[in-house]
Ligand binder design. Structure first.
Ligand SMILES: NC(=O)c1ccc[n+]([C@@H]2O[C@H](COP(=O)([O-])OP(=O)(O)OC[C@H]3O[C@@H](n4cnc5c(N)ncnc54)[C@H](O)[C@@H]3O)[C@@H](O)[C@H]2O)c1
Length: 313
């Protein structure tokens, strides 16, 4: 029975921001559970590689280039997916960005960029997917949005954290409205994941994350395979409007008592970065052992270094 509950054979899914990182992880997980998956991203070259990988599992996969902030592109993307797949069962709205900077200096332009992708883009995709599900009724469908633990803790800046708080509340509202069409709307909140977004995380910061996380290792996209399959499958048919926090206990806020491990964590530091190495290779970018990737977000490493008082390696 358990196998049947989580089986996605015959289901058609789309994942936005699926070229690399968390979105690529979702796409791989859904395909491994049996779904055909459309990879939606701005980055066509890398996204095509993800599509090829999914096909190697024996599932159908297409790439559709789409900027999720543009309504006409979102509508065209859904039409393209339906043309190729015939119908849609699962929409995973994951594309997101973060722009560093303190809120006294943060520009209006950067605020708009973050809110446009993280909140407006997710809304436009959810709306277009729901309209498709309504056309296909009575089957309904599953919508899964990527929020973040940043909806609950203060760790970036107002634009990023407010956008993620917005995703959680938008998810609840849409779930309340669209349950009547057999549409489930839920979100997943990861913690810190070493995706290309966080490629520039110094070793000292990774060690600190392990120290402050009861399960003792830095999260990987693979840690979201189970949660996304659960929310996409029949197993979650009566679950709607929730934010599924997947953080290894990080937000339990265990900072006062240094965590003492009785046994080694399930995942080693080398395993934490396996997916990041894969993604950077797909993007044709170098991997930096010290977590300071000069080609991708070096400003994140610099911000961490200032915050932690670290010197250059
Ligand atoms: N990495 C983390 O620690 C972390 C933690 C919690 C939540 N998140 C969230 O998870 C999601 C994925 O993050 P990630 O770490 O994999 O990021 P990433 O930067 O590694 O990958 C994001 C992908 O989204 C694509 N993208 C960006 N803007 C787009 C747009 N306008 N239209 C279409 N595609 C677009 C990029 O091309 C890229 O392939 C984001 O919503 C992010 O906020 C990330």
């Amino acid at each position: 029975m358990a196998q049947h509950l989580f089986d996605l054979t015959g289901k058609k899914a789309l994942v936005t921001g699926a070229a690399v990182g968390i979105g690529r992880g979702y796409a791989v997980a859904l395909a491994k559970a049996g779904a055909d998956v459309a990879v939606i991203d701005l980055d066509e070259k890398t996204g095509q590689k993800t599509t090829k990988e999914i096909k190697s599992f024996g599932k159908n996969s297409i790439f559709v280039r789409c900027d999720v902030t543009k309504k006409d592109q979102v509508d065209a993307m859904i039409a393209d997916v339906i043309k190729k797949f015939g119908h849609l069962d699962i929409g995973v709205n994951n594309a997101g960005i973060g722009i560093l900077g303190g809120d006294l200096e943060f520009t209006h332009e950067n605020w708009n960029k973050v809110i446009n992708v993280n909140l407006t883009g997710m809304y436009l995709c959810a709306q277009a997917e729901a309209r498709q599900f309504v056309k296909q009724n009575p089957v309904g469908g599953k919508i899964i949005n990527t929020a973040s633990m940043s909806a609950r803790i203060c760790n970036c800046n107002a634009s990023y954290n407010a956008s993620k708080g917005g995703v959680v509340e938008m998810t609840r509202m849409l779930a309340a409205e669209w349950g009547t069409y057999n549409i489930n709307v839920n979100s997943i909140s990861p913690s810190y994941i070493l995706s290309p977004m966080h490629a520039s995380t110094p070793l000292e910061v990774r060690a600190r994350i392990r120290e402050l996380t009861p399960l003792g290792y830095v999260q990987r996209p693979e840690d979201l395979y189970g949660p996304v399959i659960f929310l996409a499958s029949e197993a979650s048919n009566y679950v709607t409007g929730i934010d599924l926090l997947v953080d290894g206990g990080h937000t339990l806020n265990a900072w006062l008592t240094p965590l003492h491990r009785e046994v080694p964590p399930r995942i080693s530091p080398e395993q934490e970065i396996a997916q990041l190495k894969h993604d950077l290779a797909a993007m044709e970018l170098p991997f930096d052992e010290n977590g300071i990737n000069k080609s991708l977000h070096p400003e994140i490493a610099n911000a961490y270094k200032t915050a932690f008082g670290l010197t250059e390696n």
